[in-house]
Write a protein that binds this ligand. Structure first.
Ligand SMILES: [Zn+2]
Length: 371
């Protein structure tokens, strides 16, 4: 445990914002090489405008079993520099002014330590593929651009879910970002306002009666941002206004149905108002749903029970790297490593769960070698 905590604190001290993971990638790459892995970095940095690409590492086995994918991400959300660790009653936190970055350093260190124990044990094992992604916290841009055909694994574990150890995320929703652009007409607000069309008012007409929030048990939407043009004054009739929202569901058809509804609703709302609008989408994240009796879950369940921990599998509400591994044909679940309240200054890590996460990785690798 001391070794894990030491490694966690070492990595925690490295600045690693999304798009700025260079030093973290170099440090982790060196560790992987020391563990006997072949390591490559892909070309994602250039494609997304970051300083580092995804690290793709392979620990060669002796040919037994099937290859296994382990993944975590290198970046962290903002307010993650100069973290001052505090340990109390078996729980690690920051001093309350920053995040802790256990999301996702707990996953990174658990994988490194699990692999280290495999090496130290000298026990035979199969191939292990490790992917440490960049920019997970920025709409999963690292994994979104990862070429999954470089990987041979058919099953994977993404150690990047909040919660106590034992929590397995077997499903994640489809998420689509939506833009409503309302176009009016500029005119001098004092001299000839009758020649203008107020796009802001058109947007308000659409938004005021738009269904959002919880749409059903597995579908939600949220309209969060309203933007107008560069006008800094009230002397121009507003010519353009953009509404930005999202819709997410575990049923992708319901996402498409909602988008069709937004289009119809917009047309009705502006039927008697002269502004026009367009509806566009971006950042589509594709859902996945893995049955509870799939090997990727039953194997992990057996491992956790063998450690005296009680596993449970549930559906998650957010997007994560696992969405893209699943889209790439690798049945991948999210796995909790003991952190909670991530993305806030109250983020905490249960140290016993953290220690058990490395044991879990170690035993998983052995379990996949047994086939
Ligand atoms: Zn994360």
């Amino acid at each position: 445990m001391d070794r894990m905590l030491q490694e966690f604190l070492e990595l925690m001290a490295i600045s690693s914002p999304s798009f700025g993971e260079r030093q973290m990638a170099d440090t982790v790459k060196q560790k992987l090489v020391e563990l006997g892995c072949e390591v490559e970095e892909d070309d994602v940095a250039a494609r997304i405008g970051g300083t580092a690409g995804n690290l793709i590492a392979r620990l060669p086995g002796d040919g037994r079993g099937e290859p296994l994918l382990l993944s975590a991400h290198l970046d962290r959300v903002p307010n993650g520099d100069n973290i001052k660790p505090v340990i109390r009653d078996g729980i690690l936190t920051s001093d309350g002014t920053t995040i802790l970055a256990a999301d996702d350093l707990a996953g990174v260190v658990a994988i490194l330590e699990g692999v280290r124990r495999i090496r130290e044990s000298g026990l035979p094992h199969g191939d292990v593929e490790i992917v440490f992604t960049v920019c997970e916290e920025m709409k999963t841009q690292g994994s979104r651009n990862l070429d999954c055909s470089r990987l041979r694994s058919k099953v994977g574990y993404c150690l990047d879910s909040s919660g106590r150890i034992g929590r397995i995320i077997r499903a994640a929703p489809t998420i689509v970002r939506l833009y409503i652009d309302v176009y009016g007409k500029a005119a001098h607000a004092g001299a000839e306002p009758e020649k203008g069309i107020n796009a802001l008012k058109g947007a308000a007409k659409i938004l005021s009666e738009l269904e959002e929030g919880r749409l059903d048990f597995e579908t939600t939407s949220n309209w969060a941002i309203m933007k107008t043009g560069p006008a800094k004054n009230t002397n121009v009739v507003c010519p353009h206004c953009q509404l930005i929202g999202e819709v997410r569901s575990h049923d992708p058809q319901k996402v498409e149905d909602y988008i069709a509804y937004v289009q119809r609703h917009g047309e009705e709302a502006l039927a008697e108002f002269p502004a026009t609008f367009t509806l566009t989408r971006s950042n589509d994240l594709r859902c996945f749903c893995i049955p509870e009796d799939a090997p990727v879950i039953t194997k992990l369940t057996e491992v956790l029970r063998g450690m005296g921990r009680e596993p449970w599998a549930e559906k998650g509400g957010g997007g994560m790297d696992a969405n893209w591994f699943n889209a790439g044909g690798i049945a991948t679940v999210g796995v909790a490593t003991g952190y909670l309240k991530n993305h806030t200054p109250d983020e905490l890590l249960h140290l016993q769960d953290f220690a058990d996460s490395a044991e879990m990785v170690y035993r998983l690798i052995l379990a996949f070698a047994e086939q």
